[in-house]
Design a protein around this ligand. Structure first.
Ligand SMILES: O=C(O)CCC(=O)C(=O)O
Ligand SMILES: [Fe+2]
Length: 304
């Protein structure tokens, strides 16, 4: 690997917020032209500057019960009911479960603080609104958080946890779950406070809260809209909790009033962004098929 990539990446002139808001072509070009440099910079940073002694990014950060059930199900898929029993339906087709151990979240947040102060350019998500303090997480997105330790962790979450859980809850997404996407988001009342009602360009969305137990906030509920009844269910994130839903379930994030909220949002979809047909039914899938990792090649398609 070439040295000095870290210094070179830090010296890049980032696109202005206005250029990003205008979705100027030069912004797209900036990230794609510098993607390799930035990726190398993250590797260099991890070796030379990241204080790794403080923590490890691995599944010991996850909720113990979830970790145990998932491990058992991978060993013997007929035990997948152990996973299912941890998932609580909190709105029609929206499930909540404890994802991270709240006591261990400070490790992950400490890591993300180091990421923030690295000075390496990071591409914020701009799906509906531009989220200033968020960062793209998936390697399909130029300007993503390419630190190798983080990538190993992120991919473990998607492949070992998110995909089989998604298949258990929403069997019709099988085959529309080969490609991954992810970003982090940060809300506070003075910068980015809310997201209007929308659906995601995913087959399934996993949204995990990263707030520490002492990081209280008010507002910032997620509203889920039931298409059948028109009913709205308002849900609040608890530290380390996750919500999982089909991408086509309309939802919105209400304005945050006090405090702040940090989340990871992860998506699965099929090759070239393909999604299951609305209301698609699926023949019975046996457990063994569910607990597998597709061999599909990462296709580089980007939803935004
Ligand atoms: O506010 C959230 O946690 C959800 C954000 C969201 O729906 C999105 O980024 O698509
Ligand atoms: Fe969304």
């Amino acid at each position: 690997m070439k040295t000095n990539q870290l210094q070179l990446a830090r010296a890049l002139n980032l696109p202005t917020r206005q250029a990003m808001l205008n979705r100027e072509h030069s912004v797209q070009q900036f990230w794609s032209n510098n993607n390799e440099l930035i990726t190398n910079a993250w590797s260099e940073w991890e070796l030379s500057e990241l204080n790794q002694s403080a923590f490890t990014l691995d599944d010991s950060l996850l909720d113990k019960n979830l970790h145990e059930a998932i491990t058992k199900a991978w060993q013997d898929p007929t035990k997948e009911h152990l996973v299912k029993s941890l998932l609580k339906e909190v709105a029609p087709d929206v499930y909540e479960f404890q994802f991270f151990d709240p006591e261990r979240l400070s490790d992950l947040r400490g890591y993300l603080e180091q990421v923030w102060s690295s000075g390496i350019p990071m591409r914020p998500p701009y799906g509906i609104v531009l989220n200033r303090r968020g960062v793209m997480l998936d390697k399909r997105s130029s300007g993503y958080l390419a630190a190798p330790n983080f990538q190993a962790f992120y991919n473990e979450v998607l492949n070992n946890y998110m995909r089989p859980i998604s298949r258990l809850l929403f069997p019709e997404i099988m085959g529309y779950d080969t490609q991954t996407f992810g970003f982090s988001i940060y809300y506070d009342p003075n910068t980015d406070a809310s997201i209007r009602p929308h659906t995601d360009a995913s087959a399934v969305t996993l949204n995990i809260n990263l707030n520490l137990p002492e990081e209280k906030f008010t507002g910032s509920e997620l509203d889920f809209y039931d298409q059948q009844t028109g009913k709205i269910t308002q849900l609040s994130f608890k530290p380390g909790c996750a919500m999982i839903h089909r991408g086509n379930v309309a939802h919105a994030a209400k304005p945050i009033l006090t405090g702040d909220r940090t989340n990871f949002v992860m998506w699965l979809f099929g090759d070239r962004g393909r999604l299951p047909a609305h209301g698609a039914q699926r023949n019975h899938i046996n457990a063994k098929e569910r607990w597998t990792t597709p061999q599909s090649i990462h296709d580089g398609y980007v939803p935004f």
